[in-house]
Design a protein around this ligand. Sequence first.
Ligand SMILES: CC(C)(COP(=O)(O)OP(=O)(O)OC[C@H]1O[C@@H](n2cnc3c(N)ncnc32)[C@H](O)[C@@H]1OP(=O)(O)O)[C@@H](O)C(=O)NCCC(=O)NCCS
Length: 177
Amino acid sequence: MTEITFSWPVEYKDKKNRNIIIRPYTDDDFPLLKEMYDTFEPKGIEAGIPPIEPHTRDKWLASIVSDFYNIVASYKGRIIGHAGLDLSNPNLCPEYLIFIKQGFRDCGIGTFITKIMKELAYQSGCQKVWLTVRSANTRAIRVFEKAQFRFKGGIDIQREMELLIRPSSSRSKRNDS
Ligand SMILES: CC(C)(COP(=O)(O)OP(=O)(O)OC[C@H]1O[C@@H](n2cnc3c(N)ncnc32)[C@H](O)[C@@H]1OP(=O)(O)O)[C@@H](O)C(=O)NCCC(=O)NCCS
């Protein structure tokens, strides 16, 4: 997996004045990340994730932590947010996912993490990042559009969005638009 250099941890004061710590996931985080997803609500809404059924959820999480580059957001020692970029496949167009725990949504954390992930995608040499989102998930869409994700393909219940990081013909010029 690509080596990413960043000045970790990053501190973010959220809209409720809480100090949120954002840093890369390590294996030691697994129990707390699992706890976040075990208590996450609502489950199963975004393309079935996080899975509702415990065994399926455990398998899903194990594959994410092994295949994706993951960062976690913590507050008072608890993990309250997680985002991942699938850098396992060197196709330079990774999938992005993000989940913020209830009680911490609408406080700017998702927007902040998504901007960090955009920088990490750039450092990793990605051409673009993609994700799927429910059309009804207007909050998530707002966050992704603020980071310059744009819809791709036709209108449906589930839609794909992509974020161009750099033109495919040139990997030396930065797309900061
Ligand atoms: C979607 C999610 C990642 C966003 O993270 P977040 O930390 O809650 O988002 P932020 O607080 O950074 O930003 C939310 C933005 O949406 C806006 N917003 C809130 N509710 C909204 C709604 N119903 N419709 C449109 N915009 C909305 C907020 O005003 C804010 O925009 P602003 O900063 O311009 O004011 C998080 O809410 C989450 O994990 N939700 C549940 C799981 C999920 O949907 N994951 C994404 C799967 S694709």
